[in-house]
Design a protein around this ligand. Sequence first.
Ligand SMILES: *[C@@H]1O[C@H](CO)[C@@H](O)[C@H](O)[C@H]1NC(C)=O
Ligand SMILES: *[C@@H]1O[C@H](CO)[C@@H](O)[C@H](O)[C@H]1NC(C)=O
Ligand SMILES: *[C@@H]1O[C@H](CO)[C@@H](O)[C@H](O)[C@H]1NC(C)=O
Ligand SMILES: *[C@@H]1O[C@H](CO)[C@@H](O)[C@H](O)[C@H]1NC(C)=O
Length: 718
Amino acid sequence: MSLQRLLGAALLCYGVIAGPSGAAAPDTLVQNSAPRKLHGRFLHITDIHPDEFYKVHSSTDEDSGCHKGEGPAGPYGAEASDCDSPFALVNATFDWIEANLKDKIDFIVWTGDSARHDRDDDLPRSQDQVLGTNRWIADKFAQLFQDPKGKGLSIPIVPTFGNNDILPHNILLPGPNKWLQTYTHIWRHFIPEEQRHGFEFGGWFNVEVIPNKLAVFSLNTLYFFDRNAGVDGCADPAEVGYKQMEWLRIQLEIMRSRGMKAIIMGHVPPARTDSKKLWDETCWQKYTLWMRQFRDVVVSGLFGHMNIDHFLIHDTKDIDIAAVSGLTSDFGTREAMDDELTIQAGTDYLLELRDDWSKLKKPPVLTDTPGKETNNNRGGRRERDRRRKDPWGERYILSFVGPSIVPTYFPTLRVMEYNISGLENTAVWQDTNKGGKLPALIDQTHDAPQKHLDLRSLSTLDDFADSFEIVETNANKKKDKKKKKKPGKEKKPHDPNLFIPAPPSKTSPPGPAYSLQPLSLTGYTQYYANLTHINNLDLSDLFDVDDDGPTTHSSSFFGQAAYDWLLKWRNGKHGGKKPITPKPNPREFNFEVEYSTFDDKIYKLGDLTVNSFVELAYRIGQTAKRGGSVVAGLSSDEEEEEDWEVVEGLERDDDHDDEDDEFEIEETKKKKGSGGGGGKKKKGGKKHKKKKRNKTWVHFLTHAFVGTLDEEELKKYS
Ligand SMILES: *[C@@H]1O[C@H](CO)[C@@H](O)[C@H](O)[C@H]1NC(C)=O
Ligand SMILES: *[C@@H]1O[C@H](CO)[C@@H](O)[C@H](O)[C@H]1NC(C)=O
Ligand SMILES: *[C@@H]1O[C@H](CO)[C@@H](O)[C@H](O)[C@H]1NC(C)=O
Ligand SMILES: *[C@@H]1O[C@H](CO)[C@@H](O)[C@H](O)[C@H]1NC(C)=O
């Protein structure tokens, strides 16, 4: 380590002496010769969906899908439609990353789906196409982040599979199989060499993005995905989902014993509401249990797939040990969510989330500064905190769902920031992979015959299972020993195959997701590309007003949203229109800040801790209507009267009258004179209060759909 620093210093000296007449800026010198330093920043990018058949000025209608016909498909993509991404958008995105992020980030979390959707019956996807665009994107990353000094990468890049990165989509059988083998090759720059063999079996791996400090765990969520008919949950030891959970458990135990922290990433998020789910219930249960037990280790969970910008708060009280073992069935209570959500389905889903959030209690506000708390907690928790029930919100697990590059709304990406205090001079990741030559870009137009996976020819996971048995036995022994110490404390699980990880030690401080400390996430900036502006289309109606053409298609986007529950396909912001000028005339492509958690006035997130998001979700949840059905909440006027009741009946936490939130008025009304600050606001009319009251929800929806719907349009979903 010190050798490395010495070498760096030597190089720096050399640079100073040999540099061109000392004119070079110090920055350049440091960049070129000193060891890389952490920036406390990383990129989360997801769902790129490049489409080699995208045609500018083609139709965005369902039967054309931006592949043919005449219409408003813009040069950088058709915003708010179900079309995939033109290559120009992918190129522009990488150019933007190169110009704006390349030397400012520590690692990249890339959560999958780098192939087009299988939506055009005339152009069924071939294996070469799916792997071709994946290889193209992987190589773009590898080239952009090639270490100028060495042969490998300058920073670690961590990929994972999306459900569209395989053929047929959603179906991935247990490894080893040729998909996993092929991705071992495509991602050879990214998967640590010693894990390639394991990857071929299961498609999961981890990378120490900051050696001895922080690892990113790439989960193969397709083995948890309810829509993957090739696997069956996480309870049965014969299942690959079970094996992945065991790998995760053992690895997180290792992380804990090494004093390291972990970021979990995957494509399909563990989204689960009262009526819908994305993961098999046994996997969801086990994952939530693992996250609870490893809450001292896990920094956060980052996912993609859903395109909607949102977050998930899982309540560990929903963990049911019988369900972890698959002994109780979730059958019939939750249906698998469509993998592609229309705005309507997406809104129903978000309304359900809001219903869940309406049950949250407002988290306590801790009076000390976070830094002080952490310091004071080095040897355990303070007496005062111990008296509070769950001061850190450790009952909850937080996951972030990052929205997509593919312009389902607007193309968007996220730059996360995390605390590197004390790590300024830590040894950084260095590429040790042997790598090899970058392969040539495959011929995208080559239309290979569709080769289907031979389901029967795949071997089983037997080899892999063997390697696990040893570890399991060890883990079991440890557990038995512990049990003897505290007899009766731990109930023996009914399931002999379930090894519940030990919780954090009683003396350990709360984990990085709960209290600010080194490696805690501190905030993020969401960037988006306003394609309406950039594409700069000059449009006219495709049909005359009195034409008998398909009116739903030629309706405005506003009308389109209303019709979405009938129309599965979304033809975008300009559906039914066509360009006047034959030649595209785009403006300069750019990503701009959509919002940042550091200064968002309505989100008011001081940081990304669980408590901060529970508080935000609580505020959003308070606008939910109780009793009414989710869909009924869409527009009916009668229902508006009802939610007054909810507000009147709110449970208030007496400690926090000083909070400047939108409940101020109602609060003052309820507890006359008890809060000091509430009285300063004038009692507004009912209408005014309502508008104030759901401003957090509307704001959240604006972000969820990446700014493609304005407040007027969103009102329909309030
Ligand atoms: C994208 O960039 C590649 C080079 O990386 C180039 O060959 C290709 O023509 C570009 N495509 C578009 C549509 O700009
Ligand atoms: C980072 O962590 C340190 C040490 O725990 C703390 O003092 C500081 O306030 C944190 N910084 C941020 C921005 O959260
Ligand atoms: C995007 O650009 C269009 C056209 O310039 C503009 O009308 C719209 O308000 C912009 N949307 C956002 C969210 O910035
Ligand atoms: C707030 O919700 C009410 C119905 O509950 C709705 O009428 C109103 O338009 C919403 N306000 C906004 C700004 O969306």
